[in-house]
Design a protein around this ligand. Structure first.
Ligand code: SAM
Ligand code: SF4
Length: 321
């Protein structure tokens, strides 16, 4: 079992398979990126899988494939199948923008994927385009319908932003509710790669808006999930992720692996250790030691609240959020 210095059990690994993305969401990526990590620096699926086996053997029970946009990487279904075949009771999920989902949903399901989270920030094509940097909505919605059709469980992620998609919140919630999909509103986390003038809605602002339209009860937290849950009169539950709250990190059970092989103990901080060398050498013991060291050094809490006023330089498109 992997236990950090604050007695938190770490059993959740998020694996970013690429930093590249076909969107340029204003809260995540600069409009004109920069240079991508050269493809030859990425770990192959076989190499990522070598590490995943170690993590599973050490106690990881939940794996989420993410990115960048994970569906940009070819043969993702084969990678998912490797993990599923190694341990079929792993809670295996993926976060995607769904743009390319329609054509691959069935293959992903057949490979062993159980659940997906889809980012939907607006149901208005122009607003969605303004946020993502291109006309994305039609493909995204078709991807979601296909995923539901093939039997994948779908959750919706939305980042509510003032003056941007604030007016879309009820629509996205109703859209999700109608299809039996959970929704989680993620508070915008300021970071050095996002557009400078974004103003994210905080949970109290979101809750007062929702209170004008629904009755709901505060259900608190559920297990290690970072969501604060609320249940409406009709039983539908929505969540809010509030990384700025003091107790957000108390139950954190996750670490992150980037496509280049950096193992990251906390989404906020720059600290990371590479498992790439050990994996490429076939040094299983060495990679397991790095894993344990990263878990050991996991910080007690993030600083989204801005203890020192510094902006996080962590890129969500590298870590997978
Ligand atoms: N491309 C995929 C997608 O968008 O779903 C997966 C990667 S994306 C980095 C994972 C999640 O991080 C998305 O739900 C996205 O909305 C969220 N995210 C990215 N930047 C964020 C930020 N600055 N604040 C809050 N959430 C953010
Ligand atoms: Fe791409 Fe996801 Fe970041 Fe949007 S949030 S730019 S879809 S990685």
């Amino acid at each position: 079992m992997l236990i950090d210095s604050y007695d938190r059990v770490v059993d959740y690994l998020r694996v970013s398979v690429t930093e590249r993305c076909n969107f340029r969401c204003q809260y995540c990526m600069p409009e004109k990126p920069f240079s991508w990590v050269p493809k030859e620096n990425l770990l192959s699926f076989e190499e990522l899988f070598e590490f995943i086996k170690i993590a599973i053997d050490e106690g990881v029970k939940k794996i989420r494939i993410t990115g960048g946009e994970p569906l940009l990487r070819e043969d993702l279904d084969a990678f998912i199948k490797m993990i599923y075949d190694y341990k079929n009771d792993i809670d295996l999920s993926m976060t995607t923008n769904a743009y390319l989902l329609k054509g691959v949903a069935q293959r992903l399901k057949d490979a062993g994927l159980k659940r997906i989270n889809v980012s939907i920030d607006s149901l208005n094509p122009e607003v969605a385009q303004a946020i993502a940097g291109k006309d994305v909505l039609k493909n995204v919605l078709e991807g979601v319908e296909e995923a539901l059709k093939v039997g994948l469980k779908v959750k919706v992620n939305m980042v509510p932003m003032k003056g941007m998609n604030e007016a879309e919140i009820l629509d996205v919630l109703e859209y999700s509710k109608k299809r039996g999909m959970d929704i989680r509103f993620i508070e915008y986390m300021e970071n050095a790669h996002a557009k400078a003038d974004i103003s994210g809605m905080k949970s109290d602002e979101l809750l007062s808006l929702l209170k004008e339209h629904y009755n709901f009860e505060d259900e608190g937290f559920d297990g290690a999930s970072p969501s604060h849950y609320y249940r409406m009169d009709d039983g539908y539950r929505f969540g809010i992720i509030e990384p700025y709250e003091d107790d957000f990190c108390k139950k954190c059970n996750r670490i992150r692996l980037t496509a280049e092989g950096y193992l990251i103990p906390c989404l906020y901080f720059d600290e990371a250790m590479s498992i790439a060398e050990s994996i490429k050498r076939g040094d299983i013991k060495g990679a397991a030691l790095v894993l344990k060291e990263v878990v050991r050094t996991k910080p007690e809490k993030n600083r989204w609240g801005g203890e020192d006023g510094e902006l996080s330089s962590r890129a969500f498109y590298e870590t997978g959020g």
